[in-house]
Every structure is written in structure tokens, then in C-alpha cells.
Design a protein. Sequence first.
Length: 140
Amino acid sequence: MELLANEKTILTSNNNRVVLTDHRIIINDERLGQAYGITIFLEDISSIENSYKSKLIYLILAGIIFIGTMYLRMGSYGLLGGLLFLFLWFVTRKHMIVISSNGGSSADILATYVSKQGVKEFIHQVVKAKAERIQMLNHS
């Protein structure tokens, strides 16, 4: 990654897949064999979302099967089916940080292996860098 003139790196994360500078945030990742990259200038950030995303249908199916097992007395097969869908829901659950830009694309950062405190600190760093960038632009 090449920095712009007068640009300084504030932090890097996820093995340099996420780079926060005093001008922009750059995300370069590879998911399921597909390259993913996005750059958002700090002054263009409109929101930062910290959320968990999952396949809710798996949780619903697990609930239906568990309830059906109790009423229809399906025994261990129903219990195993419910546990399978519960497991699938848990496996598809991902902790995401989504940074949206004004009218543009959003940057999706997978934060599965980052602590809750680490996520809070990262978001704080992005917000702080944005505030400093806007202040710098207003004084130019």
C-alpha cells in the first residue's frame, strides 16, 4: 500500500488487511477466493456499525424442529436435526464492523477474532481520526 503525500499511518489490523491513516481507511481482504478492497476517505464516513450477522433461518428451523420434537415425540432424530441447525446458525454467525460512506459503498470488516474492547478501540480510533481530518480540512 502506498501512502499519499503527507499521509501517516495511525494503525493497522488483521495482518495489514485494514489500514487506518490520517486521510483514509483502506481494507484489502480475500474471502472465499475472491479479492475484496475498498478505500474510504475519512471525511466521507457517514456511519460505523458494530453488529453480528448470521443466517437467521437456521435458528428458526432449529426452534421449529425442537418444538416439533416435543409435540410429535420424534425422539433423538428430531433432537439431532435441531442441534444440526443450531450448530449451522452458530457457525454462520459473524462479528462485523461496517463503515459506510456518504452515498457510496460500505467497507465490511470481519472482526470475529477481535475482543469487544478491541472493536470499541478500533471504532474510537476511526472516529477520532475522522474528527481530526475534518478539523484539518476546515483550517486549510
